[in-house]
Ligand binder design. Structure first.
Ligand code: HEM
Length: 142
């Protein structure tokens, strides 16, 4: 009887730290946007004066999370030996990088927009790109 395991394996300690930080930052960046987006109509109705302060407070959490995603993202690239990846993995990686840029640019444009329609459109583009980056991240993790 062979003792070799071919089923699920536990991740090693460094992989747990690396992916936990990446996924935690994604939770704050993505989850925060979705949650804040869902709360805005209620805030606008019940406490319109608080809206700007709440948005600024969220930005103070979201941008450090975005920075952590990029730092841990480079850590991921180094750890998975991306130079040996298949061309499909590389293609998905570069699409994900484009979505990460669009997510950041859309969120920045949303914060800076002066008209309501532009603000809404930028938020939509930013959130869609972020969710796309998340799904492609899961694909990259294999
Ligand atoms: C909006 C920004 C980002 C989001 C939401 C995001 C999300 C994710 C998620 C959810 C995973 C899957 C983790 C798992 O299943 O264990 C992942 C994996 C990965 N991400 Fe990101 N990510 C972002 C930015 C980045 C950046 C900037 C890079 C590269 C510089 C990057 C490189 C990777 C790589 C290489 C993996 C695979 C890791 C592995 O197989 O161990 N990500 N990402």
């Amino acid at each position: 009887m062979s003792l070799a395991h071919s089923g699920p394996q536990l991740a090693d300690a460094l992989t747990i730290v690396r992916l936990s930080l990446h996924v935690f930052a994604a939770c704050v960046w993505v989850g925060g946007q979705v949650t804040l987006g869902g709360l805005v109509p209620t805030l606008r109705r019940e406490a319109p004066a608080a809206l700007t302060g709440v948005a600024r407070a969220f930005a103070r959490l979201a941008w450090p999370a975005y920075a952590l995603l990029i730092v841990t993202g480079f850590w991921n690239v180094a750890a998975v030996h991306a130079s040996q990846a298949s061309s499909a993995w590389n293609a998905v990686f570069w699409v994900k990088m484009a979505l990460v840029v669009v997510a950041g640019a859309g969120t920045l444009a949303h914060q800076r927009a002066t008209s309501a329609s532009l603000r809404g459109a930028a938020a939509g583009v930013g959130t869609l790109a972020t969710v796309g980056a998340l799904v492609l991240g899961v694909a990259l993790a294999g």
